[in-house]
Design a protein around this ligand. Structure first.
Ligand code: SAM
Ligand code: SF4
Length: 497
């Protein structure tokens, strides 16, 4: 080892060890397995008390989460599905938030056995977008009507922190007239899914104005992790485990955790996610903004999908999302287009708050394929290829309002502030107004005639409801809303409360 390598190792270690509590990591496999073995109680009253605790928007303890995961009574599961929907309504009302992923590069030095981007996959054509290409991709996404994007990178020296910052700036630079000429669109919030970084690099990421920083642990089981990430920087389990702790220290307080379901026992991974959320809350007073639960999909150049014994079926998937909803009632839940339309339509109901649509996950997949998916260019196979307009219409028919609101983070309502608002169920009221405004913008600029008709009905219903709620009248918010709403009708854009 050279002196430089040694020095880097020491710095890296110090950026991990400072987060230990009593010398221990927050994940203890033995403790999790024991809880899953011991917390088995199908007494209806006991489980119902836990459900009631969630409904009062309280975080559950690991013992309570394990008890829910072990429920075998189908009637109790039905009660839990209903509770999930109720909690979602209470905290997030009838809103759903949309985003689009943008894959900037599939160059990667790691060897994750399940991913098409791994370095030793000879089938993958490698590509990194330049800034003009990133702008072209962004224009396509903006033309769909999106306002939020998550940029995704493989781990490689060519897509280092400077490339990331430059590409995020390129996304923010795009401002484009809507295809119908009524208004204009731009990406107002860029979230990032990228490999764990040092605190210094995370500060650079913060300074470029990102929304959420997202890292999935993939699996919380150390042995499985070691087996599936045999080499490269990603083989360091603990460097990844504390990636979001470092982000907090770098001043990024909008964080997203996740596990890739299908690598190990799904109940264990749910427990891992909960311990992760609890530790962030314990150490920084702020839990994760969102939790993701991607399910393993077949990927190019690997038979991993057919070989693993841990694939999660649809029934188990719905259960795990429900338990997450109940365990951390104030945390956003993201369900991606990896899932089929049928699964998404069903699972959204038990408490998801964010979804993607019009998704392309090939590098250059939006602007260069005329909107078609090219199988050979994907990281894995997508399940749901429905367009944003189609999804919005389907959800509007169920009285769900699509929110493109990005005001929260631009007004500084992030981290502990947003958590406080969410926990007090105030954010639900506040965002209701911005959902109306941003949805109106979408309907004016991007909606198909049919979506516009159903969408306008949802907006009218929302406005009627707002006009009847004393909270909005008392604070002068109803009048302000209508003022902004009329401004949008006359062509003004990006007005928010
Ligand atoms: N390279 C970065 C990393 O690994 O953290 C970020 C980009 S990586 C493309 C984003 C996520 O894709 C991974 O964290 C993993 O959970 C997910 N992923 C990889 N292979 C997958 C597969 N076959 N099916 C579903 N999701 C997959
Ligand atoms: Fe690279 Fe991320 Fe894919 Fe692993 S999951 S091979 S680190 S892109």
């Amino acid at each position: 080892m050279s002196v430089n390598e040694w020095a880097n190792q020491v710095i890296k270690q110090s950026q991990i060890d400072k987060y230990l509590i009593n010398g221990k990591d927050f994940i203890n496999e033995k403790e999790i397995s024991e809880k899953l073995k011991l917390c088995k109680n199908n007494d209806k009253n006991y489980i119902r008390n836990i459900i009631e605790k969630s409904k009062s928007i309280e975080t559950l303890t690991p013992d309570e989460v394990a008890s829910l995961l072990n429920v075998t009574d189908n009637d109790l599961w039905e009660e839990m599905y209903e509770a999930g929907a109720e909690i979602k309504r209470k905290v997030y009302d009838n809103r759903i938030v949309f985003f689009a992923p943008l894959y900037c590069s599939n160059l990667c030095v790691n060897g994750c056995k399940y991913c098409g981007f791994r370095t030793n996959n000879k089938e993958e054509k490698r590509r990194i977008l330049n800034m003009d290409e990133i702008k072209k991709e962004t224009e396509f996404v903006v033309d769909e009507g999106h306002k939020r994007m998550i940029v995704v990178y493989g781990e490689h020296p060519l897509s280092d922190i400077d490339y990331m910052c430059e590409s995020i700036k390129a996304v923010y630079d795009v401002k484009k007239k809507s295809p119908n000429g009524n208004g204009y669109g731009n990406i107002r919030r860029v979230n990032v899914n990228a490999a764990p970084m040092s605190t210094e690099d995370l500060v650079k990421l913060k300074n470029v104005g990102i929304g959420t920083y997202q890292v999935f642990q993939e699996t919380y089981n150390r042995n499985i992790y070691k087996e599936l990430h045999p080499f490269g920087p990603k083989s360091d389990y603990r460097w990844r485990l504390y990636a979001l702790h470092r982000a907090m220290d770098a001043g990024i307080d909008d964080l997203a955790i996740g596990a890739l379901f299908g690598l190990y026992d799904w109940k264990f991974e749910v427990m891992g996610l909960i311990y992760h959320a609890l530790d962030l809350e314990k150490q920084f007073g702020i839990g994760p903004h969102t939790i993701s639960f991607p399910r393993l999909m077949p990927a190019s150049g690997t038979s991993f999908f057919s070989d693993t014994k841990y694939l999660v079926n649809n029934d188990e998937f719905k259960k795990l999302v429900t338990v997450l909803r109940l365990a951390v009632p104030y945390t956003g839940l993201i369900i991606t287009a990896r899932e089929s339309p049928e699964v998404r339509d069903e699972v959204i109901n038990v408490g998801c708050t964010q979804i993607d649509a019009s998704t392309r996950i090939g590098v250059g997949g939006y602007s260069e394929n005329n909107g078609k998916q090219y199988k050979e260019k994907q990281q894995f196979m997508l399940g749901d290829t429905r367009s944003l307009d189609e999804m919005i219409k389907i959800l509007a028919k169920k009285d769900t309002i699509t929110s493109f609101c990005t005001a929260g983070y631009r007004c500084g309502r992030t981290g502990d502030k947003i958590m406080g608002l969410l926990k007090g169920c105030v954010e639900g009221k506040f965002c209701k107004l911005n959902a109306v405004l941003t949805f109106k913008e979408y309907l004016e600029d991007y909606a198909s005639p049919e979506t516009k008709i159903v969408g306008e009905k949802v907006i009218q219903k929302e406005i009627d409801e707002i006009s009847n709620l004393p909270f909005f009248k008392e604070h002068g918010l109803y009048n302000k809303l209508m003022d902004y709403y009329n401004k949008i009708s006359k062509g003004e854009r990006d007005v928010y409360l």
